[in-house]
Design a protein around this ligand. Structure first.
Ligand SMILES: [Cu+2]
Length: 317
């Protein structure tokens, strides 16, 4: 009933991954704490590595902004594409020893997830490359339009402290006119499906988002699990493509999570601003992506999740 209470109650058990670094205050030195040279030498280093969980020194860096983190580096074999051409894209994730990592802990049934978005947040793709030996990953990719793209890998190398989202820029030459970010809309249409978004994003707080899938005006109640969930939500921040991978509340087969039409997510975004949300869901044996623009920090943009329709209940507790 009371949304605020509910959010509070859920906030503890959250599995929201903002680059997997939540609560670990590292790397992100406060911008104000400058003085690179001279003066107080020797700080910095001590702050790294320790990574006190829950430490509140500095803001954790969102995922996807770094090509290298904790000694692990995303190494693309190519950084240029020709737009519209099917291209064999190969890459490695190199470990602290400089060699390609071969041991990965699966995340949602896959050892590596590759997410692609054009820098203007268009052209989203979620792919699963195959390991072709020696830690080399390969996947056939088409970058449909010219422009700069961000390639993200979601991985948990064996031995790494945490899940990592490493990101690199990849370039497709030619006419790179950008696509303006679409306006916020409650409803996204994809391939005959309609997905309705309820909820809003509040910076620095856990927010509930409910995505409801329908087809031909009928609620879809037989969503199929895709990578161990009824939906996967990626959020990218407009401006720098900070990466947020959110998972739904409940899992297929847990005895309480329904196969639609509603998929509920709990997400926390680190700042106000515009985000593009990409929902992957599976129905009829096919995975589709519904996309939304959401402004965090202005609740007026998207209505709150449906509670009681009547406005008359002003109970005090
Ligand atoms: Cu994936």
């Amino acid at each position: 009933m009371n949304t605020a209470t509910k959010l509070g109650a859920y906030a503890l058990g959250l599995a929201v991954v903002f680059g997997g670094a939540a609560g670990i205050g590292k790397v992100a030195g406060p911008v104000g704490a400058t003085a690179d040279t001279g003066g107080h030498g020797g700080h910095g280093g001590g702050e790294h590595g320790g990574g006190k969980p829950g430490g509140d020194t500095g803001t954790p860096v969102p995922g996807g902004l770094q090509i290298s983190q904790d000694g692990y580096t995303l190494v693309p074999r190519r950084t240029t594409f020709r737009p519209g051409e099917l291209t064999d894209f190969r890459f490695t994730v190199n470990g602290p020893d400089g060699k390609p990592v071969t041991g990965f802990t699966p995340l949602h049934g896959k050892r590596l997830h590759l997410i692609i978005a054009r820098r203007d947040l268009s052209g989203f793709q979620h792919l699963h490359p195959a390991e072709v030996g020696g830690g080399v990953w390969a996947v056939a990719v088409v970058l449909p339009k010219a422009g700069t793209y961000r390639f993200f890998t979601d991985v948990q190398p064996e031995g790494a402290k945490q899940q990592l989202t490493l990101g690199a820029d990849i370039f497709a030459g030619g006419d790179d006119r950008f696509t303006p970010l679409p306006k916020p809309e409650q409803v996204a249409k994809v391939d005959g499906y309609e997905v309705r978004l309820a909820g809003s994003l509040a910076p620095g707080r856990t927010s509930k988002l409910v995505l409801s899938v329908s087809k031909d005006g009928e609620p879809v109640t037989d969503l199929q699990p895709y990578l161990e969930a009824y939906g996967h939500l990626v959020a990218l921040r407009n401006g720098d493509l900070a990466y947020l991978h959110v998972h739904p509340d409940g899992e297929p087969g847990d005895g309480k999570t329904k196969a639609g039409p509603d998929i509920t997510f709990y997400a926390e975004v680190p700042s106000a601003g515009a985000y593009r949300l990409y929902l992957d869901f599976q129905h009829g044996g096919k995975v589709r992506t519904a996309e939304f623009t959401v402004h965090a920090g202005s609740a007026a943009q998207v209505p709150a999740p449906a509670k009681e329709p009547e406005e008359g209940h002003n109970h005090t507790h």
